[in-house]
Design a protein around this ligand. Structure first.
Ligand code: R1X
Length: 241
């Protein structure tokens, strides 16, 4: 089957995929694979396939924001991918998780517009527990600050004039904010796939903690490296389970 937006054939896709926002990050992840092959680069969607530790996987970029990312997740699952792990970046709510920390998302607050067009209000955006456990264990083994918990998925990266209830999300126990995980979890649940996500903290989303946003620091680069290794390790572990 031809997947018209990713512009790949489903026959070329394996069971496992790592998804990330940035097409350049997809290329960097693909460099860690053996026999990596770029299948397509259409819009923001760059697709590689290769092997890690003997396991075939795809690495695909999904761009910024839930609607565009969901197109990628839908086509991957339609094409036969059964397990998806997002590696990304997020803003932290807590001084305990500064830039360079890793958060494994167990569930996402649906503070975006896309998923309300897919499922009713109140329907939860949750990760698959097996994939999450494998990802968390793999991340812990890589060292540094690693936490698991609830993340928030927003549409707005820059604020407008509407107050987003960050203080309430934080008080309720959310750890970090990003822009695609709710879409991933809802699409995976709807279509019968498994998904989880890990994010590298690249700044603070809490106004009381926020400094000038600079995601291009050594600490963030190293955390992104650690989360990629965690995702690859988790896939190797899951494939053998
Ligand atoms: O998920 C968020 C979005 O994809 C995190 O980083 C991007 C914005 O810079």
């Amino acid at each position: 089957m031809y997947l018209p937006i990713l512009q790949v054939q489903s026959e070329e896709l394996p069971d496992y995929a790592i998804v990330c926002g940035d097409p350049r990050r997809a290329a960097a992840i693909a460099e860690k694979l053996t026999d990596a092959n770029e299948l397509a680069f259409a819009r923001e969607y760059r697709t590689f396939v290769g092997e890690y530790d003997g396991v075939k996987l795809a690495v695909v970029s999904h761009g910024v924001g839930s609607p565009g990312a969901a197109v990628c997740f839908e086509e991957l699952i339609k094409g036969g991918v059964k397990t998806l792990i997002r590696v990304g970046t997020a803003g932290s709510y807590s001084a305990e998780h500064p830039a360079g920390s890793l958060i494994v998302s167990t569930a996402a607050v649906r503070a975006e517009g896309l998923t309300s067009q897919l499922v009713p209000s109140g329907f939860p955006a949750v990760a698959d527990s097996d994939v999450t456990s494998a990802l968390y264990e793999s991340a812990l083994a890589g060292g540094g600050i690693v936490q698991k918990g609830i993340t928030v998925t927003l549409d707005a990266f820059f604020s407008g004039v509407v107050d987003i209830p960050h203080k309430q999300y934080k008080a309720a126990g959310a750890l970090a904010v990003e822009m695609e995980i709710a879409a991933l979890y809802i699409v995976a649940t709807l279509r019968g796939a498994r998904a989880s996500a890990i994010v590298a903290i690249d700044g603070f989303a809490d106004a009381d903690l926020a400094a000038e946003y600079d995601p291009h620091t050594d600490a963030v680069t190293k955390a992104v490296e650690r989360e990629i290794d965690a995702a690859l390790g988790a896939i190797a572990k899951l494939a053998r389970a």
